[in-house]
Design a protein around this ligand. Structure first.
Ligand code: IPE
Ligand code: IPE
Ligand code: MG
Length: 246
């Protein structure tokens, strides 16, 4: 039986998030410039998005560019932004064919105008798609998101729109970039690094974490299915005892 056939459709993660890491090391290992790693990585994005739609994962969120990534050399940042625009242009077809809706989280205003324009265009064109929501985290940092949230809620408190005693998880959720997304169930990071790198700190409070040494450009559909099978064999207790779950 193929890995895909072994997946239990009734126990899929509702929200899968991926830290796509290792493009640079992949290129270096091959004696290539880093941009070749990013280009190959973009091909992996397409394959993984299609695989998630195929098995009907409702929400997929990909960490594509962090607030900290602005500290990379300008040449690499420019290349990543150009690659993003060309991939969006090229993959609109794929999104439409698979009924996928595009969404973004992050400080979008800090992106180049051309990138914003292309993003808004694809978001608009795919807004009625309903099979899967694909969220790209772009210029995203969890701490920046939390600061933004606190500022917005504080302002509402100051203007008597919310009273402090009514601030609960749902109020906070509704001010995060991820306001329309459920909590993350499974977080995958490729490339062997075992850290979160400022990604969805609030939203992964009870996510299952899965780390693999495979570099993102080498990551395949079967690698994804392995991670999902591993997730399906875990017991998510949410603080309860194992007996309580039966
Ligand atoms: C992930 O690969 C892509 C981005 C962060 C944009 P890296 O570029 O971080 O690759 P490594 O970690 O240097 O190998
Ligand atoms: C995290 O990867 C950000 C993205 C995958 C977009 P990095 O390569 O930037 O993270 P660090 O620097 O290893 O923590
Ligand atoms: Mg990296």
């Amino acid at each position: 039986m193929s890995l895909q056939d072994q997946i239990d459709k009734n126990k899929l993660p509702n929200h899968l998030a991926v830290i796509m890491d290792g493009n640079g090391r992949w290129a270096k290992q091959k004696g290539l410039f880093r941009n070749k790693g990013h280009e190959k990585g973009a091909k992996t994005v397409k394959a993984i998005v299609e695989a998630c739609a195929e098995i009907d994962i409702p929400f997929l969120t990909l960490y594509a560019f962090s607030t900290e990534n602005w500290n990379r050399p300008k040449l690499e940042i420019d290349l990543l932004m150009r690659l993003l625009v060309s991939s969006l242009k090229k993959e609109l077809k794929t999104l439409q064919k698979n009924n996928i809706k595009l969404n973004v989280i992050g400080n979008i205003d800090s992106l180049p105008k051309k990138t914003i324009k292309e993003l808004l265009d694809v978001i608009e064109k795919t807004k009625s798609n309903s099979r899967m929501t694909l969220t790209l985290a772009l210029s995203y940092g969890s701490r920046e998101e939390i600061i933004k949230t606190i500022k917005e809620i504080s302002l509402k408190v100051k203007n008597n729109l919310i009273s402090p005693e009514n601030i609960d998880e749902s109020v906070i959720n509704s001010h995060l970039y991820t306001q329309n997304l459920p909590d993350v169930d499974l977080l995958i990071r490729t490339s062997g690094e075992q850290r979160i790198s400022n990604f969805l700190l609030w939203q992964i409070a009870y996510a299952e974490l899965y780390f693999t040494d495979i570099l993102w450009p080498d990551y395949t559909k079967d690698n994804l299915f392995e991670a999902i099978l591993n997730y399906q064999n875990r017991e998510r207790r949410f603080g309860k005892t194992s007996d309580q779950l039966k």
